[in-house]
Design a protein around this ligand. Sequence first.
Ligand SMILES: [Zn+2]
Length: 435
Amino acid sequence: MQTQTGTPPSRTDSLEIAIDSTRMTSELQTLSTFTSIEPSSKGTAVTRIVFTPDDMRARAWLKDLARSEGLTIREDAVGNTFFRWVGTEPDLSAVATGSHIDAIPHAGMYDGTVGVLGGLEAIRALKRSGARPRRSIELVLLTSEEPTRFGIGCLGSRLISGTINPDRADGLHGAQRGSEDETLAQVRTAAGFKGPLSTVRLPQGHYHAWVELHIEQGPLLEREGLLLGIVTAIAAPAGYRFTIEGIGGHAGALLMPDRRDALCAAAEIILSIESHTLATGAIDTVATVGICDVYPGAVNSVPSRVTLQVDIRDTDPARRESVMHAVRRDVVSIATCREVRISEALVNADNPATCSPHLVGVIDDVCRGDGITAKHMVSRAYHDSLFMARISPIVMIFIPCRGGVSHRPDEYASPADIARGTRVLAATLGKLASE
Ligand SMILES: [Zn+2]
């Protein structure tokens, strides 16, 4: 059964594009059941770590859906999966869309999944409209956008774009709490993705265009009462790890003047990061210490070692670096005053991406044709599109999410907003495929 949404079909290229919103809602719900956490009363809590049984079940389900649409399926050595609707001129570079289905622990059910299931529904809607694309249209499921398991985000798109050395990637350790420490090479092989990671890379120009549909993960669209965002740039994230080594001891016996408490030093570093980030005065500079591992982690033991993981991002990489510069000056004095050893490691530092003005213009046209006021905006969150930009012109479509909430069980995007974004995606893919 096909159910049309309350908004009129797209007039783009005189195609009658109707989105099956009921089916999309039901597919999003089905996908959210492939999780290791039971749905909670606060919303659907999803935990889907890459290459776990939940992730593999979700992949199998998605491949079945794509197969029933007659899409060709290719999987690469890291599990990126390519679903292709072959165009009438299959030798031309394809138009691609896609996102991710992995989810951080206790996350929501819309981050990434809207782009994957939206891409599938966009293809189905174009097929129903009678479109025969000149260029092939490809939906791509990208592996491990979230850094949960291997400590670095966007593994699949980094490998596609040659942003990470394949040997380094294969050696990444994927320790999960309570399980054995394994490398990416071991984990992906066990999941059935074999062959050298060097084969994952795609050449510059492989795609005619890349368009990713995603929830905003911020409050701006909702706050301004706008229905859709067109991303013009993606902020540049960087990750750092600080290891603080002090001296441990008995919480009762080790006297205060003799302490070299690693956690107290870590607390000063965290506050230094916050204050220097605020001091830029720029709304686009954000920094977070999201991981603080304390050793030995006992209530009656003075912490001897602490690891902090810092995520700092900005649209301006120089400003981002200036914050870290100021933090490093503090780190030197904290180490001296507290007589602890502090080392810093760069986990990753990426350049921002600029979206293609042509693609932004195509989506502007689609929105104008549909009577949608779209907002041009910067993406401050991290997306695979950041890396796809190395091999293809890119653009992103944002839809509102309630309260700007994401990476939480109460993350929510309405069926109407999802359908609208999907219809704009479908019309955009249709236009680009005829170029
Ligand atoms: Zn995402």
